[in-house]
Design a protein around this ligand. Structure first.
Ligand code: THU
Length: 132
């Protein structure tokens, strides 16, 4: 399967999730156009609103290492459904990774593949900002 390594990285990342309040571990792995993979897990704060989602952790790790071009992200939760990224993650993924492929994994490893533009149509982005 084309996305096997990316899928495995997302599932591995789920193991390191810090989710003592929600008990909803999430793993994500994002791939650059050069084939490099960065993974992330959700990290919950005792001040709940400061929690970071797995998708943004993976993306920000990659961005902070200088990566700017992405091709796909895989997301693994611990429920046997296809669980898409939250609204905040959709905005940030659109900002930095645009119309990448999104691979959703159910707990039993079934796979659903879509594009960011399917999940996030009519997006706001920097194209709307007026620069002085
Ligand atoms: N979560 C993610 O990591 N990614 C998502 O796209 C949805 C939600 C996390 C945040 C929180 O730690 C837990 O899942 C429950 O919302």
């Amino acid at each position: 399967m084309e996305y096997e390594e990316l899928v495995n990285a997302a599932i591995r990342a789920r193991e390191t999730a810090i989710a003592p309040y929600s008990h909803f571990p999430v793993g994500a792995a994002i791939e650059t156009t050069q084939g490099k993979i960065y993974s992330g897990c959700n990290i919950e704060s005792s001040s709940y609103g400061l929690t970071l989602c797995a998708e943004r952790v993976a993306l920000f790790k990659a961005l902070s290492e200088g990566e700017r071009q992405f091709s796909a992200i895989a997301i693994a939760t611990a429920v046997d459904r296809f669980c898409p990224p939250c609204g905040a993650c959709r905005q940030v993924l659109w900002d930095f990774a645009r119309d990448i492929t999104v691979i959703l994994l159910s707990l039993s490893r079934k796979i659903d593949i879509m594009k960011m533009s399917d999940l996030f149509p009519h997006a706001f982005d920097d194209g709307f900002l007026i620069h002085g």
